[in-house]
Ligand binder design. Sequence first.
Ligand code: SF4
Ligand code: SF4
Length: 480
Amino acid sequence: MARQKKPNLDSVTTINVDGSHFSPQPADVKGPFTSLRRWFGLILLVVYVALPWIQINGYPALFFDLAHRRFHLFGLTFLAQDLWLAFFVIAGLGLGLFYVTSLFGRLWCGWACPYTVFLEHIYRRIERWIDGDAAARRQLQKAPWTRSKLVKRVVKHSLFILVALVIANVFLSYFVSLSSLYEYVKRPPLENAKAFGVVMFLTLCLYFCFAWFREQFCIIMCPYGRIQSALTDENTMVIGYDGRRGEPRGKDRKGENSEAGDCVSCQRCVQVCPTGIDIRNGLQMECIGCAACVDACDAIMHRLKRPKGLIRYDSLEGLNGGKTRYLRPRVMVYTVALVVGFLAMIYLLSGLHSVFADVNRMNGQPYYVTDEGVRNQYQIRLMTKLNQATTFTIEVVDAPEGLVLSGFDQSITLEAQSEAVRPFLAMISKDQYTGQFELKLSIKSTPGDDELIKTVRFLGPSAYLLREKGVKEAGGKQTK
Ligand code: SF4
Ligand code: SF4
């Protein structure tokens, strides 16, 4: 199959010219970036798995509790009513990514994206362990089906499926509690068909992506990969080849041919690239910024006793001999937006309570007028986000003299993570009624010592109409 060699606008390097998938077999590489990336990847793997196990304020550090429509984030609990706050969190994460991208290019992709972390630090490792190095893998790919190849393929794909199953369960643990997950795993699949179906679907998707689709996900499907060209410019830090120093490339050594550049066309940078590109052709959208080519080329330069950095982290401006400008309009705009958004988020989060309360008018007529006076009907809705029983103490803090509340519980205890709705009536006699007013309630909760002040309007007719013209004229009913 003819390979696409040079980047162009109509194709990508991992798709052959006939449209078939070219699966790169990256060679092993050693070097400071590779080691650092490996350690960073391992730490991230531990973090991904551990987050649902770490308890903060009685909840997992990161838990999207779908069953109770709650979201727990490092000790903070968000109810569906707090969803608007998610705007700040999502916008903040998005802006943060824009910021990092405008300064450092695809740092996220090569170093921290879970997809890359799983692919590079688990799946490719399994592959190397079973099939051998890049040359052995390529050879095995072309080899006819023998017993040994069959065994290797069966073992490798069984491990791929097993890891996909583990990742799918870890993913599920972000959405259901660990005890529920344990129950799902323990019981026959059909008893929890929905959860079982989700895990199986995820396992298949993960297996497909990591066993076959691989780098194509980053190139074809990832939306972040698609917008990054709009976020970067000539001064963004990327991994690039210093053509001024490397060209003209060739096998000639310096001294023997003073015209020759530092690149000796050894192809190591191409061989180690997980997306199969040749970085010497310039910055390409397939590059995930993994720095494998930096380590590979530095090793060659070290062996040739030439300065390192023929391929390096630098801006396009720097690679062309200019000076990188870190402070530029887009970076300043992102910085301001990020700081403002961050401060707004801190301010809003500081007002987040461990309980929720709301007082609303009940459906039906806004008010009732009778011989006794004017009556409004309300309902109070209480919710606790705490993982323990919570007692609410409710008091009227501001209301006119003579207002009588009935059906009103001053103390209500709710079970952990539960809610309750209680109706109550507010009544004021005709003589004491002077017109519509605000009814202010203080709702305190224990534990947590939160206090919420809720104000609701007491509605009624004009006091003059009620007193001078009577109940009927004021829109009410005569009662015995
Ligand atoms: S690894 Fe360095 S020397 Fe070898 S081909 Fe790539 S750029 Fe040239
Ligand atoms: S070109 Fe270099 S940094 Fe980019 S993906 Fe390939 S090896 Fe990684």
